[in-house]
Design a protein around this ligand. Structure first.
Ligand code: AMP
Length: 419
């Protein structure tokens, strides 16, 4: 089968066409035929980029004023002559859509129908930024692909296995009952993919496995995965909770924000923007939300940049040890996401001192290729080998995430009625 995956944001659409089937995915032989993105949709100079595995591709600026025009451009890319990607659009067997919030309704990916669309709308209350965009992407794609199944794959789905003791906040219980205020967790497809890859690499029985996955990008979250299932994760009711991020503060005493609102006469929108857009690496360093720039400033001796990175890594280390405790042991710690895959500094500082629990990285392996994972690498093991020739008890792995692959696989499984 050929599956088109779509990730629709407010001004961008990421797309991928993946060749897969039940048999092929079991062998791990599914692959991307073309991958691309259209950014700055709604402007005269939108950026269109795509790449084929053989290196062919395109990058240019074009006028793309809305998502419908953007999707038409994607269809033209897929059916164009140079390069020839598909002979006809009918080769696409299904469309998999990333949907950020599935609330308590969706533990698994589902074929989209009117009832599913209504639930996605209902969950927009929790995710007013992304869910409406995801839904409008579904509607536009249905116009271009009216007669094949469309499947929704939820960021929150993987975290449905989290038990109540970990998903409930210690607020009066009726707050949960009335408003469904609880931990939902995000980045689920990424945590799911890299934990599966780690289990496969280690060759251990999935049901006994204990893995911690750290997805560190502009948004950051960490998950405790026991027996292949998420049992706790750092993001909460919204993606604001947990680790320090590019512009989000992560964990915070809620009284602090009430106090600042009072002192600075902030309204709810101001407070939201303070915590979500002006904090994190950007807020502490005063330099950037982009770790590369903060790392550069730190190199040049900037104290605030150093402090921002120290806070980032200290908090990450605290979560790693907390989740090792929650799991009652650990087989592997996995780094993924733009930061996890590319920053040897963050991997080093956040694992430094964890030797007591069997986590020790090899600094040379960690720094190989400037710390960046090669595109061809499916997994890099940066664990230290002791004088006895054995790997450290807990393996530390760097695994490039592939959310599109999970979306495509789930789409096939839904089409085949196996989910
Ligand atoms: P993502 O949201 O997964 O695309 O990740 C974005 C984050 O990855 C940004 O903070 C980037 O600065 C960071 N990043 C990407 N490449 C590198 C690199 N080579 N070194 C350090 N950070 C990087």
């Amino acid at each position: 089968m050929k599956i088109l995956t779509l990730n629709c944001g407010s001004s961008s659409i990421k797309f991928d066409v993946i060749s897969t089937s039940v048999e092929v995915m079991q062998k791990g032989q599914d692959y991307s035929i073309v991958r691309g993105v259209i950014e700055r949709i709604g402007t005269e100079n939108a950026i269109v980029r795509y790449k084929l595995p053989n290196g062919d591709g395109f990058k240019g600026e074009e006028k793309i004023l809305d998502h419908k025009i953007a999707l038409k451009r994607i269809v033209d890319i897929l059916t164009g002559d140079k390069p020839r990607i598909l002979n006809s659009l009918s080769e696409i067997n299904g469309v998999g859509h990333r949907v950020v919030h599935g609330g308590e309704s969706f533990s698994k990916s589902v074929i989209i129908n009117d009832a599913v669309e209504n639930e996605i709308i209902a969950c927009s209350e929790f995710e007013p930024l992304h869910n409406p965009q995801n839904l409008s992407g579904i509607k536009v794609a249905s116009e271009f692909f009216p007669s094949i199944p469309h499947v929704a794959v939820f960021d929150t789905g993987f975290h449905h296995s989290i038990p109540a003791k970990a998903f409930l906040y210690a607020l009066p219980y009726d707050i949960y009952q009335k408003y469904k205020m609880r931990r939902y967790g995000f980045h689920g497809t990424s945590h799911r993919y890299v934990s599966q890859q780690a289990i496969k690499f280690l060759g251990i029985p999935s049901e006994n496995s204990k893995i911690i996955t750290a997805h560190l990008g502009n948004g950051c979250s960490i998950t405790a995965v026991s027996g292949g299932r998420s049992i706790d994760t750092s993001m909460g009711h919204t993606p604001l909770e947990g680790l320090m991020m590019g512009t989000r503060c992560g964990d915070l005493d809620p009284a602090v924000i009430l106090h600042i609102m009072n002192k600075e006469k902030l309204n709810i929108a101001d407070a939201d923007s303070l915590m979500n857009k002006k904090s994190g690496l950007l807020g502490v360093s005063g330099i950037s939300n982009d770790l590369r720039e903060v790392e550069e400033a730190r190199e040049q001796g900037n104290e605030r940049a150093k402090l921002a990175i120290d806070i980032f890594c200290y908090r990450l280390k605290k979560y790693i040890t907390a989740y090792a405790g929650a799991l009652g042991g650990l087989d592997a710690l996995v780094f993924t996401g733009g930061i996890g895959e590319n920053s040897s500094l963050i991997r080093e500082l956040s694992t430094n001192g964890l030797e007591f629990m069997g986590t020790k990285i090899d600094l040379a392996k960690n720094n190989a290729n400037g710390g960046r994972i090669c595109k061809e690498d499916r997994l890099v093991d940066i664990s230290a080998v002791g004088t006895d020739g054995n790997y450290s008890r807990v393996r530390t792995l760097v695994i490039p995430t592939n959310e599109e692959l999970i979306i495509a696989r789930d789409t096939v499984l839904c089409i085949e009625k196996l989910l």
